[in-house]
Design a protein around this ligand. Structure first.
Ligand code: GDP
Length: 298
């Protein structure tokens, strides 16, 4: 991910090497090239516009240290703006004052929700928590079975509808799971919900009903970082339809252009909490905006 963007940016910075001082014309030309590089990486237009306006303004003001040469100054500004667009300091998971903390996962089918549920459960367990996984995705064939396998690997209990009871009602399953978590003294409940291949009102309504039933402390929107420009529309739909409190980027190990990763924070107004970087349960970590920015700058 970000390979093309990284190459483009480093090419732009190389051209500035050896310049004694940046004229306004140099700054404008550099800003134009950075703008093109971001657009080609599928970063959403409003995000690109804000980014470029900030870079230009800061490059023109004499805020940067005289100790840096022009190329270093621009790199420093771009680095800081990348960190900004990715969420600045970042935010950690919020726990309820009175357990159980309820974390609901939402996103399109295939975005990596069920995998994330397993990863999150494993990660929380390693920190001494007693999580419960809840299989409320009754839409996708075998989502329940998949969660049971992941729960087994993570050593975490999975609450699932009884087999043989027909399709079952996901809202009821989710509601009952909270009661079960209380009885079994689980301090965190992770609710996996159904996605569809595209956004539809029935799916949003079901997610909203589950949200109302479990009153989550966090609604985490899982987005496949490979999806490019579509990411913005999907993120907006979940923000408006379910309401989200945080984002997880999945499939950051892929070779997409990375635009979704750079847009989703601004589009949703919510922080990126975790990054998923593979199919295995351990391919997962807390999201660090500064590390991601360094990776982009190479
Ligand atoms: P869901 O429909 O949202 O529950 O999506 P799944 O969790 O079933 O994931 C869909 C596919 O993406 C599965 O084949 C996963 O193994 C794969 N997957 C999930 N997360 C990642 C990731 O971070 N990297 C890669 N490469 N694949 C992933």
């Amino acid at each position: 991910m970000f390979d093309t963007l990284s190459d483009r940016l480093s090419g732009i910075f190389t051209k500035l090497r050896g310049k004694g001082r940046l004229t306004d014309a140099d700054i404008d030309a550099t800003a134009r090239e950075i703008r093109m590089a971001l657009l080609e990486a599928d970063v959403a237009l409003p995000v690109v516009k804000g980014f470029i306006a900030n870079v230009k303004e800061r490059a023109r003001s004499a805020e940067v240290s005289q100790a840096l040469n022009p190329a270093q100054q621009i790199i420093k500004i771009v680095n800081e703006e990348l960190i900004n667009v990715l969420g600045g300091e970042g935010r950690r998971l919020q726990f309820a004052k009175h357990p159980p903390t309820v974390i609901m996962l939402a996103g399109l089918q295939g975005s990596g929700k069920t995998t994330l549920a397993g990863k999150l459960a494993r990660w929380l367990k390693a920190q001494g928590h007693q999580p419960l996984l809840v299989a409320a995705d009754l839409q996708r064939p075998n989502a329940v079975g998949q969660l049971q396998v992941l729960g087994g690997r993570a050593g975490v209990e999975v609450y699932a509808p009884e087999p043989g009871n027909g399709v079952g009602n996901p809202v009821q399953v989710a509601r009952d799971s909270i009661e079960h978590a209380r009885r079994a003294a689980r301090d965190i409940v992770i609710v996996d919900t159904a996605g569809r291949l595209g956004i539809d009102t029935e799916m949003m309504q079901q997610a909203a009903d589950i949200r109302d039933a479990v009153q989550p402390d966090e609604v985490i929107f899982v987005i496949d970082a490979m999806v490019g420009q579509d990411a913005v529309r999907t993120a907006e739909a979940f923000r408006d339809g379910v309401g989200i409190s945080g984002v997880v980027l999945s499939k950051l190990d892929g070779d997409a252009r990375g635009g979704a990763a750079l847009s989703v924070r601004e589009v949703t107004g919510q922080p990126i909490l975790f990054a998923s970087t593979g199919e295995k349960l351990e391919d997962f970590d807390v999201f660090h905006p500064d590390r991601m920015a360094s990776r982009i700058l190479g």
